[in-house]
Design a binder for this molecule. Structure first.
Ligand SMILES: [Zn+2]
Ligand SMILES: [Zn+2]
Length: 148
């Protein structure tokens, strides 16, 4: 099957289908294409990124947005706002996204990159519930190599 960004092997397709179905969603072609793009990306991607890549295949931006939100709802993806009010999405169950990790945001060009996971210990009594439950976003802001 072709998605507009190269051929996807049968094995890869089966794997994507299994992931989507295991989460309780129907494995529609657009969901498979969106998930494939999320898993292949080395950084969180926005709805605009997904649309730019996939809308040429006949899927409208609204459908692609719903696909992204479906994945967030079933915990296949998480979304973060890097401070520019743009939601960026990344898969939850694949490396290097297996667990919570900080994101680097370039204050000059807006480039976003995933950083390795960091453990930080929070005193139990002091921290808000969201911190204890690790429902927080850790950001590192500075200049990327290209802007420094
Ligand atoms: Zn930069
Ligand atoms: Zn990340």
């Amino acid at each position: 099957m072709e998605y507009g960004f190269g051929m996807v092997s049968k094995a890869k397709l089966d794997e994507l289908r299994a992931l989507v179905r295991a989460s309780g969603l129907r494995a529609t072609p657009s969901r498979l294409a969106v998930l494939d793009m999320l898993l292949a990306s080395r950084r969180p991607i926005s709805h605009a990124d997904v649309s730019a890549r996939l809308s040429g295949r006949g899927w409208d931006p609204v459908t692609l947005y719903r696909n992204l939100m479906d994945f967030v709802e079933v915990d296949l993806a998480r979304r973060s706002d890097m401070g520019d009010h743009v939601w960026r999405f990344e898969p939850v169950r694949s490396e290097p996204h297996a667990s919570m990790h900080p994101h680097f945001v370039c204050t000059e060009c807006g480039t976003v990159a995933c950083l390795p996971e960091m453990q930080f210990v929070v005193p139990r009594a002091r921290a808000p519930r969201s911190v204890k439950q690790r429902e927080i976003e850790v950001q590192v802001r500075g200049l990327c190599d290209g802007c420094a």
